[in-house]
Design a protein around this ligand. Structure first.
Ligand SMILES: [Fe+2]
Ligand SMILES: [Fe+2]
Length: 301
């Protein structure tokens, strides 16, 4: 086997790592809007030409608003996927069902946490930032695909959160400690989710022919393209919000939009796509599947 993950020990580490919402952000806590929220490795706002330091920080915070919104949306899609996957196995294996239900419970808590951060963001930010949606429609579009394709997209997302926290502590910049906490606490629980999702994907891929796997990878790319179009639209909304705050139109708007879209591609797709553990799962399913996804990865770098 290419990993040593199992339901019993993953549940045990989940229960040890568990936290409450108030450990991360109390309802009355305020974000520090004098600081950046997102690590530069993800937001890439210091690299935007033509903006002064204040404007770069505003764009960085808008990128954090995007983080809260996009994760809210994808985690809302993960929850029904998990419930559907768990439902047929309710009586089969005690460790497995407890681990899966605990995983679902944690994702519901994360949705709650992202909403709490979002509310704090809205309280402190001068303008309303528009978001793609509605989240129900985005979730329905993702979930209509082959469960193996959906499982792989979710696995990619689980591993990418590991990269996000490591990226944020590696950056020696002055981030708002509360936003850093969000990344840290999410990382702690997602480490177990990624293992459980690996087990889910292994099951979904079992017994499939090379052709059936190839079809699922086609659908994986369909979901990827759908998400990418959403990120492109979101980059434009983000620039609208920036212009509202700074009270002027930015020069080279198309270039900035493209650069910020690329940053989002890395944050929400690429950083998971190239994760070694994600690649190991793909390789275990099919060398061809791994090669196809590796070939697409540079677009999301
Ligand atoms: Fe999560
Ligand atoms: Fe998760």
């Amino acid at each position: 086997m290419y990993h040593d993950f199992n339901y019993e020990s993953t549940l045990a580490s989940s229960l040890r790592a568990q936290w409450q919402l108030d450990d991360v952000l109390r309802e009355d806590q305020e974000l520090d809007f004098s600081r950046n929220f997102m690590p530069e490795s993800l937001a890439r706002t210091a690299a935007v030409p033509g903006l002064n330091a204040f404007e770069q920080r505003i764009l960085n915070q808008i990128s954090a608003h995007q983080y809260l919104s996009i994760f809210g949306i994808v985690e809302e899609a993960i929850l029904p996927f998990l419930m559907d996957h768990a439902r047929p196995h309710l009586l089969n294996d005690d460790w497995r069902i407890r681990a899966l239900l605990n995983f679902a419970g944690e994702e519901a808590k994360h949705i709650h946490l992202f909403k709490r951060y979002h509310a704090a963001f809205v309280r402190g930010f001068p303008v309303e930032c528009e978001v793609i949606g509605p989240s129900e429609a985005i979730g329905a579009e993702i979930l209509r695909h082959d469960p193996l394709a959906v499982g792989l997209v979710i696995l990619m997302i689980e591993w990418m959160t590991q990269q996000h926290y490591l990226g944020s502590i590696r950056d020696d910049q002055d981030l708002d400690p509360l936003f850093k906490s969000l990344m840290k606490f999410h990382w702690m629980e997602e480490a177990q989710h990624a293992k459980l999702d690996t087990l889910i994907v292994d099951v979904l891929a079992e017994g499939r022919t090379e052709e059936q796997i190839s079809d699922a990878i086609d659908e994986f790319f369909e979901i990827g393209e759908f998400l990418d179009n959403g990120l492109k639209a979101q980059a434009s909304y983000n620039l609208d919000a920036l212009e509202k705050v700074i009270g002027r139109k930015v020069e080279n708007r198309a270039d900035i939009e493209a650069q910020q879209h690329q940053a989002a591609r890395w944050t929400y797709v690429g950083s998971g796509m190239v994760h070694e553990r994600f690649k190991a799962t793909l390789l275990n399913i099919s060398a061809n599947a791994a090669a196809r996804i590796a070939e697409a990865a540079p677009v999301f770098a």
